[in-house]
Design a protein around this ligand. Structure first.
Ligand code: ADP
Ligand code: MG
Length: 404
């Protein structure tokens, strides 16, 4: 990652004995206090370990879920801190608040090379406040705990938040390894990508991804579309979509995309078949998947995956791609009966020879849930929103502030 060598943790000089506050993204899915996917914790380890190895006293700050600016035990980072300790191979200290007595004492108790995790930063209203002054006041409290700041929470760099943005204005700062790698990969997707460049988009809503579709319509060679958003595209082509997810207010937008693609020479590939059921899957009912043509979705049909023919067609499109960006599962992969389309795309990515990037929290979780070896992909991004905003061409405040 040559472009960021000068801004990496080495740029902070000798770290021995220094307190370094690292903003990590430890926002993992929890079932009670059990972590169901620890991908983000693992992705945070290299920077934390590098800082500890350099003799720093490492203070990890992170958020979990969306608590309402006050302590809420359901969102405690306690279990995550424990998992981090397991992955680091040595226990980490845990402060039961973020900037209070416990945090101060915990940080004071650290020896060189030791790691502490502070309680969920979003238990403090200042973290996400829209008021610059309130955020900055909270960032100042955080800054008292450290001599330097390392930004490594890629999943939050698109947020103007105290522990991401404001704090970088208060302390000597550097980019962590995860953020540097993510930005580097995203740059390769936008600056002169190797061709053919194929983008696969899925997930639930087309309205979440309008900006990125807009931008990629001028960059990619092919856009393969699946997931919940595909039904708005099918409707735009004049098809009935039964009870499938449909965003009426986006039909015209999708129609425009289909037209523009024709003009710019980008090929938009929609599925020819889909898997439907009559109900959205729920715990107490056995799914009844049925494959139908995408142009003949019955009125009681609810599209939950792309069909096998489409899965094979998408895989064929991906086979000779030199650059692939994939965001959004092809179906409701959480349920086995509707996971095959996602599996087909994931499998095709593992076989493609060029740069393959998986972006999006659910897409990354899908890859792991379906049992794929993560190392078979070029890069699995930890930040859905951040990578999408980058690909939309937006400035990421948490990156811009480091480069200033
Ligand atoms: P990512 O986090 O990778 O960006 P999204 O959050 O956009 O992905 O979408 C993921 C969600 O989309 C999954 O929970 C999945 O169940 C849902 N989804 C996929 N296909 C459909 C569909 N046909 N109907 C409803 N939801 C869908
Ligand atoms: Mg998601």
């Amino acid at each position: 990652m040559p472009e960021h060598q000068n801004s990496g943790i080495d740029s902070l000089g000798n770290l021995k004995g220094k307190r370094v506050l690292v903003r990590s993204d430890l926002n993992v899915p929890l079932d009670g206090s059990t972590i169901t996917d620890d991908g983000r914790v693992r992705a945070s380890v290299p920077t934390i370990r590098a800082l500890a190895d350099a003799g720093a006293r490492v203070v990890v700050v992170a958020h979990l879920g969306r608590p309402k600016g006050e302590p809420d035990p359901a969102y405690s980072l306690g279990p995550v801190a424990e998992r981090l300790g397991e992955l680091l191979g040595s226990p980490v200290a845990f402060a039961t608040d973020t900037v209070g007595e416990s945090a101060t004492e915990t940080v004071e108790g650290l020896e060189d090379g030791q790691v502490a995790v502070l309680e969920n930063v979003r238990f403090n209203p200042g973290e996400t406040s829209k008021e610059d002054e309130i955020r900055m006041a909270f960032a100042s409290e955080l800054a008292k705990l450290a001599d330097a700041f390392v930004s490594d929470g890629f999943g939050v760099v698109h947020r103007k938040q105290a522990s991401v943005y404001d704090i970088a204005q208060l302390l000597p700062h550097a980019m962590g390894q995860l953020v540097a790698t993510e930005i580097d990969v995203l740059r390769r997707l936008t600056v002169d990508p190797e061709r053919p460049y194929v983008v696969v988009l899925g997930g639930s809503k087309v309205s979440d991804k309008l900006g990125v579709i807009d931008n990629l319509l001028t960059k990619a060679d092919k856009l393969l579309i699946g997931g919940g958003m595909v039904f708005t595209f099918l409707a735009a082509q004049g098809h009935e979509v039964g009870n499938s997810l449909l965003e009426e207010d986006q039909v015209q937008v999708c129609r425009d995309y289909l037209e523009r693609a024709g003009e710019t020479g980008v090929e938009i590939v929609l599925p020819s078949d889909v898997v439907v059921d009559t109900e959205f899957p729920s715990g107490d009912r056995e799914p009844q998947p049925r494959v139908v043509a995408a142009s003949e979705i019955p009125s009681d049909g609810l599209g939950l995956d792309i069909g096998p023919e489409s899965g094979a067609a998408f895989a064929a499109e991906l086979a000779d791609a030199r650059t692939v960006f994939w965001n959004g599962p092809m179906g409701v992969f959480e349920v086995d009966a509707f996971a095959e389309g996602t599996r087909a795309v994931a499998d095709a990515l593992t076989r493609a020879s060029g740069l393959t990037v998986v972006g999006g929290g659910d897409s990354a979780a899908a890859v792991r849930k379906l049992g794929f070896d993560e190392s078979a992909f070029g890069h699995i991004s930890t930040g859905g929103g951040a990578s999408l905003e980058y690909l939309e061409g937006k400035e990421l405040p948490g990156i811009a502030v480091l480069e200033r």
